[in-house]
Every structure is written in structure tokens, then in C-alpha cells.
Design a protein around this ligand. Structure first.
Ligand SMILES: *Cc1c(COP(=O)(O)O)cnc(C)c1O
Length: 371
């Protein structure tokens, strides 16, 4: 059986470093708000290319902390609108509604799965204050057009970088700029299945806005910047020392792991030829770290059953779009055809650093033989 994402095998690749990191924390007697978290924050800020990183408990909290932080700073107010891709994972939208803000769903570009910049301006209203781009499937969503819209309309550009650790964009003649450093602030999740995965829950906010970094740090610590003094109504959202130590141990391998994902993804793009399937074009690979490799088929459920019978596990990202969820009845009647088409045709095939060439051969052969 070829598993979709065998975390046991993936973490076994770094077994020694992970065990040493965990043992160091276990033996230290210090489990929260210590030097491992501080060291990871510095390393992650440097890797992403921002001045600050604040570690927190998970990716959803990271998103909420950014939005709540900008409310505390007066940049966002109750009922303000935040533009967001309609086909994102639900967490992006949960963070917006949980903070008393209003998501405005914008359709993606079907070729890239990312928010379609040409549709954003039509969605702006006098209440729009921010655009939350989501680098979905590991592919950068940032475009110069989106940055330009933010500048012209004085909007906060925010990033959900949960799926795109290490992805980047090249400006004209400039060095690589990593996702997570492209806007005012970015949320990261280190859920075990993400490209840089912890062995439990963990998240972080990166930003070069010193005011936001300070308020996010306080909000994640009960609203306190000084012991027993509470300036904000905060929460407890901490990253465990043991998770920080494990992430620090895995970070040096992230680029190599992403390179292996790309290698496999490029083989899929070049070697799978089947009129019953639609694969991303080669330029889809630009800056992409392939958190998810999407194949589209109008016979998606049949394809999934066929692959399962061949011993290949797959997942769907995602079966039901946010606007069709029962938790958001106000959007259930909306028609978002591009989003709905992705949700009815998308199938994710295995694409990770522990996948070997023989397994990739099997997956390619099976997809080419699907009739
Ligand atoms: C995983 C994910 C999150 C949430 O991260 P958690 O750590 O699970 O809270 C948010 N946004 C996107 C796009 C994700 O994929």
C-alpha cells in the first residue's frame, strides 16, 4: 500500500535529530516559554525573512492573533471586511469570523488554485480593510497585482502560510522572497502533516511590523507583556518547548525535503498523460513547495476507488467548500462555480519527501492506465 502521507516514515528520516531534541527538553526541566521557543522564533524569522516571529499553539491561533492584534492596534474594527479565497481550508475563514470580521469570498484562478487577483477589485467595498491570501497547496498566491491593489486601496496584505513553508516568489531581478514575508503578517501552522511538521500542534506569526509582533506576543500570553499586568483580553496560546526543539531539529532539512517534493511533482507533471485527467501546467511549479499535488477529474470518485484498488491512497482537498458548510448558512445559496468545480473534481495524490522512485513510478503508471 502506498500511504498518502506516512508520518512515521517521514519523521524516521530525521529520527536521531528528533529524539535528541526531545530528550534535551525532557531532561532540562523547562517546558514552556524557554530557550527552545526563543531559538526557534529567531531561526524561523531568519528563514522566512522577517524581523519578528512569535510562536503560538497552532495555525488557527496564529491567524486569529494577527487579526485580533490589528484590532487592538486600531487597524481593524468589528464588521470590517477581509477578502479571502473561496476555496481555502475552513481555518482561514473561521479565524476571520471568530474575530468579529466579515469574510468576502473571492473565486480562485482555476490554473493556479490561488485567489484570482483580477476578481478582487469588484469585491471591495468601503468596509474592506484587508486581503488574506492563502498559499494553497504550497503554491505562492502572491502576485504584483494583489500587492498593487493593497497599496492603492490602503489594505493590509495578510498571508495564511500554513501550507507553503519554504515557497517563494522572485521579483524582477530580485532575490527569492519567501511566502510569510510578503505582507504585513503571516500565519504558519506546524501541524504534523504540513511541510515543516511538529509532533503535535504548533504555530507561529511572522511579521516585520514591530507593533504587531509585540501585541501578538502579549495576546498569546493572556494579554500580558509584563507579569501580572494585563493590557489586552488575551488567551493562552503557547508553543511547547518540546515542539520548538523538534522544529529546530527538522528546519535544516526543510529545503531538501521541499526539493524532493518538487522533483516528484515535476515527474507527475511531465510523465502523466491521460485525457481523462487534468494536471497543473509546468509553470504551476514556480516557487511551489507542493504541500498537495492536485489532479482534477470529472470522474474523481471513480478515480479514487480505482487508485485504492491499485494500493494507492489519496485524499480530497477539500470535499465541501466553506460556503456550502452548515456552519455558514448565510452563504449556502451563493454560487461560486470555480470553487465548486475544484471541490467536485480535485484528488490529491501522494507527494512527500519519503516517497521513493519506485512508488512514484507506480503512481504514474496507474494514472496513465486509468480509463
Ligand atoms: C492547516 C491549516 C490551517 C490551520 O492550522 P492548525 O495548526 O491546524 O490550526 C490554517 N490554514 C490552512 C490553509 C491550513 O492548511
Amino acid at each position: 500500500m502506498i500511504d498518502y502521507l506516512p508520518l512515521r516514515r517521514i519523521n524516521a528520516l530525521r529520527s536521531e535529530a528528533i529524539h535528541a531534541a526531545a530528550a534535551r527538553v525532557i531532561d532540562s526541566g523547562w517546558y514552556l516559554l524557554g530557550q527552545e521557543v526563543a531559538a526557534f522564533e529567531s531561526a524561523w524569522a531568519e528563514y522566512i525573512g522577517t524581523d519578528h516571529c512569535v510562536a503560538c499553539a497552532n495555525g488557527l491561533d496564529a491567524l486569529k492573533l494577527i487579526l485580533q492584534g490589528y484590532k487592538e492596534l486600531g487597524r481593524l474594527r468589528d464588521g470590517d471586511e477581509v477578502v479571502v479565497p473561496a476555496n481555502t481550508y475552513i481555518a482561514t475563514i473561521l479565524a476571520i469570523t471568530a474575530t468579529g470580521l466579515t469574510p468576502v469570498l473571492v473565486e480562485p484562478d482555476p490554473a493556479t488554485f490561488q485567489i484570482d487577483g483580477t476578481r478582487i477589485e469588484a469585491a471591495l467595498t468601503p468596509r474592506t480593510r484587508a486581503i488574506m491570501i492563502v498559499h494553497l497547496y504550497g503554491r505562492p498566491a502572491y502576485t504584483p497585482l494583489i500587492a498593487d491593489i493593497c497599496r492603492r486601496h490602503n489594505l493590509l496584505l495578510l498571508e495564511d502560510n500554513a501550507q507553503a513553508h519554504g515557497a517563494g516568489v522572485h521579483g524582477a531581478g530580485t532575490a527569492l522572497r519567501r511566502t510569510g514575508s510578503l505582507g504585513y503578517a503571516a500565519a504558519h501552522s506546524f501541524y504534523p502533516g504540513k511541510n515543516l511538521g511538529a509532533l503535535g500542534d504548533a504555530g507561529a506569526v511572522t511579521t516585520s511590523d514591530a507593533d504587531l509582533a509585540a501585541v501578538v506576543r502579549a495576546l498569546a500570553n493572556y494579554g500580558s507583556a509584563r507579569k501580572y499586568v494585563f493590557d489586552h483580553i488575551g488567551r493562552n496560546s503557547r508553543m511547547d518547548e518540546i515542539q520548538a526543539a523538534i522544529l529546530l531539529a527538522k528546519l535544516p532539512f526543510l529545503d531538501a525535503d521541499n526539493a524532493r517534493r518538487r522533483e516528484i511533482a515535476l515527474r507527475y507533471i511531465r510523465e502523466i498523460h491521460n485525457p481523462a485527467l487534468s494536471l497543473p501546467a509546468e509553470n504551476y511549479a514556480e516557487g511551489n513547495v507542493f504541500h498537495i499535488f492536485p489532479v482534477l477529474s470529472h470522474r474523481r470518485d471513480e478515480l479514487q476507488a480505482y487508485l485504492k484498488a491499485q494500493g494507492i491512497a489519496t485524499l480530497i482537498h477539500y470535499p465541501i467548500p466553506p460556503h456550502k458548510q452548515r456552519c455558514y448558512p448565510q452563504w449556502n445559496a451563493l454560487s461560486l462555480p470555480t470553487t465548486e468545480r475544484i471541490h467536485t473534481t480535485e484528488l490529491s495524490i501522494p507527494c512527500h519527501q519519503a516517497l521513493d522512485d519506485t512508488e512514484a513510478d507506480t503512481i504514474i503508471a496507474a494514472l496513465n492506465a486509468f480509463r
